[in-house]
Every structure is written in C-alpha cells, then in structure tokens.
Design a protein around this ligand. Structure first.
Ligand SMILES: Cc1ncc(COP(=O)(O)O)c(C=O)c1O
Length: 372
C-alpha cells in the first residue's frame, strides 16, 4: 500500500536507547523505576489523582470491572450499560468480569454513547455505565456522570483513544470513576503494548495494583483472584518517551484531520464525525460516513477504489458488538439498534498518523472526490 492505514508513531531510538541499556544492565525488567515515573507523569498529563500502568487497555478494563463486580454483586447489580458501537475489548472485559453487557445506542453524529439511551436503560440491575471516547471524540462525560450519580453507579470510560483528546480545554481522564487508556501501537502514545488506569479513587487504584499482580497484596496473601497485568519496564520506557511527544503527535493529527475535512467538505454522500463544541478529538481515527445511496458508490465501492490507489482503510466498527457471535446473546428480546447498524454499515476509517501529512490527506480526499 502506498498509504498504510497506520504506522506506529514512536519516538526515535536515540530517545530511549540509554534507558533501555540501563534497564538491561540493572536487570530491572519489570516493576522498575520507569514504571513509577510513567504513572506519575501520566497522572499529571490526564489530571487524575491516580494512574496505574497495566499490560494493555483490555487488562485495565478487566481489572476495573472486576472490582466493580465485587462491589455490586451483593446488591444484585450485574449489568453494565455500554454502546454496541465500541471496540470489542469493552464488552469482552465486561463478560470476563462476570458482568452482563447491556447494549445501547450511540449518537448518530458523534458516534459516542447516547446519554438518553443510557438513562432509559438504567435499572436496579445496573452495576456501571461504560462510555467511550470513540475514535478520539470525547463522550459526553457530564451528562453520563449525572445519570450515573443519580443511579448511584460508577461511570467507567474506555479511553483507549483518549490520549490527545480534550474536553473543556483539558486532556480527558479525570471524569468518572475511571478512564482506561490504551498504549498499543495504533495509539498516539505507544508502549508497544500497555494501558493506563486513571482514577479518582485511591481504593480502586489499590485494587488494580493488587489485581495486576495476581491478586498478591504484597504479603503473598491473596484476597481476590488477580492476573499478571504488569507493564514491562521496556514498555514503560517507550511510553514515557512517547508521552513526552504527545502534544506534537496530536498537533500533527489535528493538521491531517483539518486537511481531510477541507478536502471532503460538501462532497455528496460523505459526512464526518461531529466533534461537540468545546471538545477536541485526538483523531486516533479519522472516520467518514458513506451514504449507501451515493451515486459514486457505497462504502465497499469506495474502499475498493481507495485500495486500487494504494490507500488502506478499515471498516470500523463492522460488525458492531451486538452483531458478533460472542455478544449477540446479550441483546434483549426484540431489541434493535438501528443507529449502530447503520454506522456499522457505512463508516470508513481513513489512514491516520504521523505518516499522513496534510498533503497526503488532501491527496486521499481528492481520490474520494474524484471520478469513479
Ligand atoms: C476503543 C478501544 N478499547 C479498548 C481497546 C483495547 O486496548 P488494548 O489493545 O491496549 O488492549 C482498544 C484497542 O485498540 C480500543 O480501540
């Protein structure tokens, strides 16, 4: 492909070489000094009281949800309200924690969790609400927090795409009980594999620290079953150097997104994700909606044409979670999710990242606008 869908946005080797060498020499390959520094730097960056680094965004979600499951089981609360239009790691983590995903709709324009749909789904079985900063667009945490607090349940955010996203002029991460970031290679901050659990709760931070360490609280006692979800020291070193570059990496994506938006403006049958006023997307993904009735062809036709020009794309998120074999069973009898079905059938993610300069974005927009 001439333009790959993604190319990991990583720091130069020279930025990490000395620390990697020192870590190798010291033998501190896990639970080393860089892990602790990463947690402190990330807490400052996202404005959270506590950050616990873990092996992935998925294990971070699993550990947070496992704690919620423990807290809410006695009250018979077992359900987590979650959009179906989300990466499958969210519903998977809910199921791993022994909870039940209750799928609801997203807003048709922002693609993020629809607060009205959440309010309608809350019941005395609700254990938590899970939103997502989908493709980097901050979800409406104020409205979701209000619903969660009225229901007396925690709000958890899948913030996998959230480093580089801002709300009210601040990096996202502080709202809700916990926000869980991913540092996998497609994100703006990369650890190789890794995740960050940001939380306002000292108790949850302790539970995640114990949970990431098999459930060992340090005494070799085990009060709850955990997993090994530690972030290796090499990953912490890479993540620290990567986090330091976040403003620059995010600015490049904003420039690419602006060039895409300009090139695609007014094209019949093509619409863009709406980023709410006062919010900034990280542009983890730049996603367009392709009207199936577009004379120039539907999403699959456009995808094929872009591929013929060497431009790699992804149909995110298709299928949606409620359409997947593992999660279909969680649909309520007769439940339909038409907004989600439509988004799953029409959205197309274009190449994004450091390799997509504004000139490349304009070139891709010109192919989309061009003759079929
Ligand atoms: C929205 C979303 N949630 C969760 C995850 C899982 O993160 P990780 O790959 O770090 O486990 C991803 C991964 O890409 C994601 O896109």
């Amino acid at each position: 492909m001439k333009v790959p869908f993604v190319r990991p946005d990583v720091p130069d080797f020279r930025a990490v070489a000395a620390d990697l060498e020192a870590a190798l020499g010291s033998g501190a390959l896990t639970k080393g000094p860089h892990l602790a520094r990463l947690e402190a730097e990330a807490a400052a960056a996202v404005g959270a009281a506590h950050v616990v680094a873990v092996s992935s965004g998925t294990t971070g979600l699993m550990l947070v949800l496992a704690e919620i499951a423990r807290e809410s089981r006695a009250a018979g609360r077992t359900e987590v309200i979650v959009p179906s239009f989300i990466f499958l790691a969210g519903p998977a983590a809910i199921a791993w924690a022994g909870l039940v995903p209750v799928f609801v709709e997203v807003d048709p324009d922002t693609f993020t969790l629809d607060p009205a749909a959440v309010a309608a789904a809350v019941s005395d079985r609700t254990a938590a609400i899970m939103g997502c900063h989908t493709f980097g667009c901050p979800c409406d945490t104020s409205a979701l927090e209000a619903i969660a607090s009225q229901a007396g349940v925690p709000l958890v955010i899948d913030a996998a795409h959230g480093l580089g996203s801002e709300q009210h002029g601040r990096q996202v991460g502080a709202a809700g009980l916990a926000q869980v970031f991913s540092l996998s290679p497609t994100k703006l901050v990369v650890a190789g594999e890794g995740g960050l659990v940001a939380t306002s709760s000292a108790a949850l931070a302790v539970a995640v620290r114990i949970g990431r360490e098999y459930g060992n609280d340090g005494s070799y006692g085990c009060s709850q079953a955990g997993i090994n979800a530690r972030m290796p020291e090499f990953s912490a070193i890479l993540a620290r150097a990567s986090l330091a570059r976040l403003p620059e990496v995010a600015a490049r994506r904003r420039a690419a997104a602006a060039a895409y938006a300009e090139g695609l403006a007014g094209l019949p049958g093509i619409s863009l994700q709406r980023i709410p006023a006062g919010a900034t997307s990280s542009w983890k993904d730049f996603v367009i909606a392709v009207d199936p009735a577009r004379p120039a062809g539907d999403r699959e036709a456009l995808r094929a044409r872009l591929a013929a020009h060497g431009i790699d794309t992804r149909a995110y998120y298709s299928p949606a979670c409620h359409q997947m074999e593992a999660f279909r069973r969680y649909l309520l009898p007769g439940q339909r999710l038409p907004v989600t079905d439509r988004l799953a059938a029409t959205l197309l993610a274009l190449p994004m990242g450091g390799h997509v300069t504004p000139a490349v974005a304009r070139e891709i927009a010109a192919v989309i606008a061009g003759p079929t």
